[in-house]
Design a protein around this ligand. Sequence first.
Ligand SMILES: [Zn+2]
Length: 187
Amino acid sequence: MFTSLEIHEFLLNQIGNSKEISDYRNDSVIISESTICKDQKGLIAIDNIPKNSVIFSFRSEVTHARTRTSIQVSADSHIEPSAFGMYANHSCKPNCCMYAQLRDNGASGHIVLITTEPIAKGEEITFDYACTETKLTPELRGTKCLCRQFGCRITMKGYVDLTEKERRVLNASNHVLEHIKQVFVTI
Ligand SMILES: [Zn+2]
């Protein structure tokens, strides 16, 4: 997981204007036909994109309802991504990592999607839903994963649904949000 300081630097270096940080989208990415989910839209690179590039940055008020597209920003709050960010699809071997944090004393949340490897023109932008969600909505949970990547978990899972081995692998990747890992911390 990127540190808050790294995220701040990525945003300042790549966006600069603090107003845009609330709703920024990378010009090298468009909403188009998904290469993963048939008949659905996804975020597709229209240019080569270097590692550690911000794909989008978005701030919004939190809600307490999980939806098909929401991102979990704390144990019990979520934000809806922008009309652009909502098209980022899942992969068990993603090319991006989602950073999510509460802001304004818990009133709002901030999500930033950053590339973890160089992305080639034509590639779809993906992140791992199990890194940002403790649970998935009933409509998504347990459905077939379509990522076709080596090590695919076969079905769609939130963090709590992972097998112990899957959880170990994911924790080692260092891409799981801290408030998602906390679900397994016993008091
Ligand atoms: Zn998969």
